[in-house]
Design a protein around this ligand. Sequence first.
Ligand SMILES: Cc1cc2nc3c(=O)[nH]c(=O)nc-3n(C[C@H](O)[C@H](O)[C@H](O)COP(=O)(O)OP(=O)(O)OC[C@H]3O[C@@H](n4cnc5c(N)ncnc54)[C@H](O)[C@@H]3O)c2cc1C
Length: 400
Amino acid sequence: MHLTIKRPARVRAVCRPWPPKGPFNLLIHCDRHRAERVWWVKSCPEYKDLVESSAAYRNTPFLIIGAGAAALGAASTLIDGGAKPLIVDKGRRPGGRVATQRPSRTSAHWFDTGAQYFTARDTEFRALVEEDVGRGTLTRWQPRVVVATARLETGFEQFTLHDSPDARERFIGPNGLKTWLAERLFELPAEMLPATRVERVWSEANSWRAQTTDGTTVEAARVLITTPPVQAEAMLGQTARAIDALASADRHMAGCQTVVVSAPAHPHFDAAFVHGAKLAWIADNASKYAQATGPTHYWTLHAGVDYSTQYIDAEPSDLAAELLEEFTAITGFERSRIEFVHGHRWRYARPSPSAPEPAEPPYAGLPDNGLALAGDWLAGGRIEGAWRSGVAAARALLDA
Ligand SMILES: Cc1cc2nc3c(=O)[nH]c(=O)nc-3n(C[C@H](O)[C@H](O)[C@H](O)COP(=O)(O)OP(=O)(O)OC[C@H]3O[C@@H](n4cnc5c(N)ncnc54)[C@H](O)[C@@H]3O)c2cc1C
């Protein structure tokens, strides 16, 4: 990929290393923001003109669509197999449903809005996780977890709390899960195109073509799609009909309404599984920080599947009042000490009961024709499942 770097007044220096080894090794310092990779620069409207791709037509042996946990498994496997993939994602930063945000760009606080932690049972995945724990990019999270069970008393929702018996080993990123996943992807010798939505994927003359919304056509010998199934079905058009796993794709995923609030610390617990209520999970992100960050704590509140499904078209901010009321009833915090900070609607959060039964190996597609599908929805959900699915799909393409 050829890059043209222009230098508007606001950018102080373009450096390290120069000339760039690849688009994501290039760092740009500017007055307002700290050094960032081109990944971010390209997708930041202020700097859009800084980086220009000379090619409206690209050619690659392996195209990976989506840059989440499945893409990490897939890209690493392809690279180990001697291939260099191109990864495209519609998002400005990689991660997908592994999502971490800050209340403001300069804030020391952060909160995980999508996946909260993950488990590692698979031997290969475990090896990667242990390596990253050793490097300090992942850490074990040992929160005080309770189960909050709703009961109706004199017309009001009350909660009974007891310690959760679920003592599984949980892994988190010490700077947020997304930071871990993005850094892992950036380390790979793979090219990445952010803020690039694929509209259509079709086969032509023994190879695949992907059309992006910016008008680029990518030609690829093999394509690995890691998006949720509805998006995969939409981009594949007629080809989707040949893939059994995509039948009824619109019913494969359940949504989740998420709200983040600032509130005090709780004296007795850091996180709670919530039963029989609108909420399903609450967690104090400060319990994940390596160092204390003061009295403000950002709590992530995930609504349950039933409630989220019922209100999936609502704006999360419109649901905040109801969810905060329940949060108050669980925690006992005074309502005046809780403030709505952020909301996110995950339309395709996790596999629903209608998702295909996980197969072994957990991928789908037409590998003999150079097309594979991967993602958590093919592997029973979760980050570990997504990663395993990406690995399996990449192996199928390498072996085909
Ligand atoms: C609220 C919530 C809570 C969760 N909690 C947990 C948890 O505690 N533990 C756990 O293990 N898992 C949890 N999960 C599930 C976990 O986040 C997922 O299993 C995992 O991140 C899925 O990874 P993936 O790569 O399969 O898909 P995704 O992360 O969805 O990646 C797909 C990528 O494709 C991109 N994309 C989509 N369409 C296009 C297009 N047309 N063109 C280009 N790119 C496109 C998207 O931008 C996205 O980056 C949670 C998920 C949610 C939403």
